[in-house]
Design a protein around this ligand. Structure first.
Ligand code: BF8
Length: 649
């Protein structure tokens, strides 16, 4: 039953079976255990699932009775509808949701700060971080209003770095510099709602966490508005990260690569880069190339770096490094026994890697102080010691290779998939310039106006073991494409589509006639041999900002705001707090967003009504909550059609 429910990917199915024989349960097995609890009653704790459990202070934990709870949960409910301190269900659901959003926003802020520190070092001329993309530096400086006439490259970088630092950790007043650069036309709207992100986002996070402490903010409306406010800060943190990463490492360009566990090579030292911050993973790739001879001396045929998670996506987009799997497959990839070192930076790293690596030769290398794990080898990565630590990581992997247990290795028989990644707004504009050098967005907008492209959908966010993993995105993508909706994908959503063969030119067969024609024309124009994939891989989760940049550019071209565009997003299988922060931010920018797997909001019909209905009068967008993928696609298409009608097209 577990298999039928969970696995649409053969590699996952085979490897879960193997690991179970080894006595290792993975995220799917644990999920199944939660699904069949006492007396066959399914589901996790009903209070928690509905957002009706609060353990913030020591009067609690408190759980509230509600008509929204399943009957078996209600039987165990205390007969009160308020917490000890007096929170109503609406207050509690909204407050718990704000905590989720805040953790998400602080994650992306943490990422941005790591990158900004490396950037500041680069601007000082650090040998560790030479600036690779001068054109992007000039473009970002221009957007930030920096007059670059007669300035040296590093001086421009210093100013850009300073503006980023002001936004992230500064104490200055006024809107964040990068907010004005990203969505100038939408600032008025955000200002009216009182949610323009101000410089010094780190201090805002402190205020936010403070507001969720016992005896602090309890107004349901204000709690939800705070979610929007921190969502916008989150999107700005993504945007800052992407812009600085592009300057440091280069804007990605389309390239072919692959995804699948067969990216691991039995004859080589395998290093798995895992996490989110690409300044580390790029450097690991660099030293892996340098230390090939050392690996050969250890008896291997060389060094093979593969990725998972968003940092895997980053090195795929820029260097073509293959991915061994999606984030949800991390236990499986490490459990093969073929990974000599798993090198993690921050976020989405399952604690179970500690126990899995304990029984293997695999080194679990942590690199940042905010993510330490049981049984880890800690090699701290800082802008100052970047070269030494990346070298040490690779050397550690080579040492580990010698200890590999050759009779405890496994690779599934099923093969992985080819994919094309590396799309971005810059790439799209470059291609469109070949069609109209003066107004590159015109050909794209014309295709939307004449209906060849009905609208644009962004598939984003995590994959879940609570449902049949991958399939929300795969089914939705096929429905959207059939209806001539151009699909962009990021993060784990993109990796799911890739593992089901949708990120190749051949997958154009899923597109409706008019969209297929567009894909073929763009393929030809961009000099590719055939069609571009029907789903454009726009990068990691922080690269969701690339989609926002594209939306903002189209809105600017049409002299309108983002919420008027036939544009929709989905985080159907959202798992991590960051996903909630992103979808609240994206909604605040005016993009209606769909989520599938039930969020912990069900205990408050009032909060759900705010998000799915009332918010429209403030942001021009709403949240769509729908678990069935076909229905979800229909609702997304319905939204696109509504926006088309409003535009008179
Ligand atoms: O930031 S989609 S599981 S990998 S949170 Fe994590 Fe979710 Fe994957 Fe990257 Ni995004």
């Amino acid at each position: 039953e577990l298999r039928k429910k969970a696995f649409a990917d053969k590699q996952i199915e085979e490897t879960v079976d193997f690991l179970r024989q080894q006595g290792i349960e993975t995220v799917w097995g644990i999920q199944a255990a939660y699904d069949t609890s006492l007396f066959g009653l399914k589901d996790r704790c009903g209070f928690g699932s509905h957002g009706l459990c609060c353990r913030n202070c020591n009067l609690g934990p408190c759980r509230l009775d509600s008509e929204e709870l399943p009957l078996h949960t209600r039987l165990a409910a205390p007969k009160v509808k308020r917490s000890s301190c007096g929170k109503t269900a609406d207050n509690m659901v909204a407050g718990m949701f704000l905590q989720t959003v805040l953790r998400g926003t602080s994650s992306h802020l943490g990422h941005a700060i790591h990158v900004a520190k490396a950037f500041v070092a680069a601007a000082k001329g650090s040998e560790n971080f030479p600036i690779k993309d001068e054109a992007k530096l000039y473009a970002v400086a221009k957007e930030l209003g920096i007059n670059t006439d007669g300035m040296q490259m590093l001086d421009i970088a210093k100013e850009v770095g300073q503006k980023a630092m002001e936004d992230l950790v500064g104490q200055g007043e006024g809107p964040m510099n990068f907010a004005l650069a990203l969505a100038p036309k939408n600032i008025d709207k955000l200002a009216k709602a009182g949610i323009v992100p101000q410089k010094g986002a780190a201090e805002a996070i402190v205020q936010g966490i403070h507001s969720t402490a016992q005896g602090m903010m309890s107004s349901t409306d204000h709690l939800i508005m705070s979610c929007l406010k921190y969502g916008v800060i989150d999107v700005l943190a993504l945007y800052i990260s992407t812009q600085l990463q592009d300057i440091l490492l280069g804007v990605p360009t389309p390239k072919e690569s692959s995804i699948g566990m067969d990216a691991l090579d039995k004859d080589k030292v395998n290093i798995l880069v895992h996490g989110h911050v690409p300044v580390l993973s790029e450097m690991v790739v660099h030293f892996a190339n340098k230390l090939e001879d050392m690996a050969k001396e250890a008896g291997a045929k060389g060094i093979n770096v593969v990725g998972t998670c968003c940092t895997g996506t980053e090195v795929l987009m820029r260097l073509g490094i293959p991915m061994a799997g999606s984030t949800i497959m991390q236990e499986l990839v490490v459990g093969t026994g073929l990974v000599d070192a798993v090198c993690v930076d921050v976020q989405c790293v399952y604690p179970s890697l500690s126990s899995i690596t304990k029984g293997l030769h695999t080194r679990l290398i942590t690199t940042m102080p905010e993510l330490r794990m049981d049984n880890d080898t800690y090699i701290e990565f800082t802008p100052e010691n970047a070269h030494e630590s990346a070298r040490q990581i690779v050397e550690e992997a080579i040492k580990a290779y010698k200890d590999r247990l050759s009779d405890r290795v496994f690779l599934p028989k099923a093969k992985g998939h080819k994919l094309m990644g590396g799309f971005s707004t810059e790439v799209m504009i470059d291609v469109l310039k070949k069609l109209n050098a003066q107004q590159p967005l015109k050909p794209l907008v014309d295709l939307i106006v004449d209906g060849s492209i009905q609208g644009v959908a962004v598939l984003a966010g995590c994959l879940s073991s609570k449902i049949q993993t991958d399939m929300s995105f795969v089914i939705m993508a096929k429905e959207l494409l059939k209806n001539n909706v151009l699909v962009l994908a990021t993060g784990c959503a993109a990796t799911a589509c890739a593992r089901h063969g949708l990120l190749t030119g051949e997958a154009k067969k899923y597109a409706g006639d008019s969209l297929r024609g567009v894909l073929e024309t763009i393929g030809k124009t961009s000099g590719l041999n055939g069609s571009i994939p029907p789903i454009l891989h726009f990068g990691s989760c922080v690269d969701n900002s690339r989609c926002a940049v594209l939306a903002s550019a189209i809105a600017d071209y049409l002299n309108t705001s983002i919420d008027k565009l036939p544009l929709v997003a989905s985080a159907a299988e959202h798992v991590v707090e960051k996903a909630a922060a992103i979808y609240m931010g994206v909604m605040a920018l005016g993009i209606t967003t769909h989520i599938g797997v039930t969020p912990k909001l069900g205990g408050s019909p009032y909060v759900i009504d705010m998000l799915t209905n009332k918010l429209e009068s403030i942001t021009g967008s709403t949240l769509i909550i729908e678990i069935d993928p076909v229905e979800s696609a229909k609702k997304m298409i319905h939204h696109i059609q509504k926006k088309r009608r409003a535009l008179g097209i």
